[in-house]
Design a protein around this ligand. Structure first.
Ligand SMILES: [Zn+2]
Length: 63
């Protein structure tokens, strides 16, 4: 197993942390989110919904 440092592109299968959709490679439309030290991936559809909840959460922290 080879680990490439400084390479941001993920070339292994990814799973959407929300709906469970899988992809052989990380599609450009997916977004990654680091939560509690783990990198989670969201498909383009879930990313939109997730963004809203992130913004809601930020608002909570902000105020
Ligand atoms: Zn999804």
């Amino acid at each position: 197993m080879t680990t490439t440092m400084g390479e941001s592109r993920v070339s292994e299968a990814v799973t959407c942390a929300r709906c469970g959709t899988t992809a052989d490679e990380l599609p450009l439309t997916w977004v990654s989110s680091v939560e509690r030290g783990r990198t989670l991936y969201y498909c383009d559809r879930c990313a939109r919904d997730n963004l809203r909840s992130i913004e809601a959460r930020l608002d909570d922290v902000w105020w």
